[in-house]
Ligand binder design. Structure first.
Ligand code: GLY
Length: 334
């Protein structure tokens, strides 16, 4: 989609996303104030809902089932993200994540609950489930962020097991990369990195989580957007939630997830808000051809949105008893 068409399309009241041949349409009717909450809950046929970045049907199913069994939206997100963190074949989060330039797997994750509480771990090694540690930081410490060795030691003190997260495959890929790469991120490959998940339970209670091994072959100590409140994730239980995947540096500079939630607060649909947040990056970043960013969002009613700069981004919803993985619209249509 060329820029002019994008702007025209973004100005419309509702925008569709292609969903494996069908169309999911998000409308602009979004609650702005807490007093609208009862109206929203009176029409909550879209609830409960789970939406996640990428093709993670097992993860969204796990989150959905968790809510069906009576768990909170926060429990659902931790359980859902945990599926991907434990998947050693996946090279973007948890065990098997691609390492930094020195061969160290360092993980970032955060959670937010319906009270606006936040917890995060940054650049943590040797612990497979950073999302669960982030929750512990939120619930069991006086802080909101723990980083590096401190995060790892805290995790161990809470009963998490230390383990080697660098699988044979990821080690092999890193060794090949060292021989051949010029350290230039490749759209949808080295950026293909993050599981963000948003859940809204049947009562309209919203929580979210975001977990990643970060940009593959990053500099040692580099932290992206995923664990940073407002950038990789933001939840406002009165309004909605958003989360991001892609090149964290660009999400951080535009505080993308917070921007999306604020746009929903102003009356945009989740779809419109995701498109406007991508537009913000494009306006400010002349080299947007060189990297990928994708956003997903949900509002209190359970309406969802998803959008990215380039083709190749996928998202998965679990809604109305079924999993749907789809290719959202994107800006840079050739
Ligand atoms: N979006 C993940 C990162 O840039 O680290």
């Amino acid at each position: 989609m060329k820029r002019r068409n994008f702007l025209q399309k973004a100005a419309l009241g509702s925008v569709g996303i292609t969903a494996l041949g069908s169309s999911i349409t998000a409308t602009a009717a979004t609650p702005k104030k807490a007093k609208d909450k009862q109206d929203v809950l009176a029409s909550n046929s879209l609830l409960p809902v789970v939406i996640a970045t990428w093709s993670v049907a097992q993860a969204t199913k796990k989150a959905w089932q968790s809510m069906e069994q009576g768990s909170s939206a926060l429990d659902a997100v931790i359980a859902g993200c945990g599926v991907e963190e434990a998947n050693a074949q996946g090279q973007s989060v948890g065990i098997g994540g691609l390492p930094d330039r020195e061969g160290r797997v360092t993980l970032d994750a955060c959670v937010m609950n319906e009270k606006g509480d936040y917890g995060a771990v940054l650049c943590m090694q040797n612990i497979k489930h950073p999302i669960a540690v982030a929750r512990k930081v939120m619930e069991d410490t006086p802080h909101v962020i723990l980083a590096g060795v401190g995060a790892e030691e805290f995790a161990v003190s809470q009963g998490f097991k230390r383990e080697n997260l660098l699988t044979e495959q990821s080690k092999k890929d890193w060794e090949t990369w060292k021989k051949t790469s010029k350290y230039k991120p490749i759209i949808n490959i080295e950026n293909h990195d993050t599981i963000g998940m948003l859940a809204v339970d049947k009562n309209g209670t919203i929580s979210g989580g975001c977990t990643t091994s970060g940009l593959a072959y990053k500099m040692a100590g580099r932290v992206g957007d995923s664990a940073i409140i407002g950038s990789g994730l933001f939840v406002d239980n009165e309004i909605g939630a958003a989360t991001a995947t892609g090149l964290g540096e660009e999400v951080l500079k535009t505080v993308g997830s917070y921007l999306i939630v604020e746009l929903i607060r102003q009356g945009k649909s989740p779809q419109e808000a995701c498109e406007l947040a991508i537009k913000r990056i494009i306006e400010k970043t002349p080299n947007f051809e060189d990297f990928q960013v994708g956003y997903i969002a949900v509002n209190k009613k359970g309406e969802t949105g998803a959008y990215s700069i380039h083709e190749g981004f996928t998202a998965t919803t679990y809604q109305d008893q079924k999993n749907t993985t789809f290719n959202p619209n994107f800006y840079n249509e050739k």
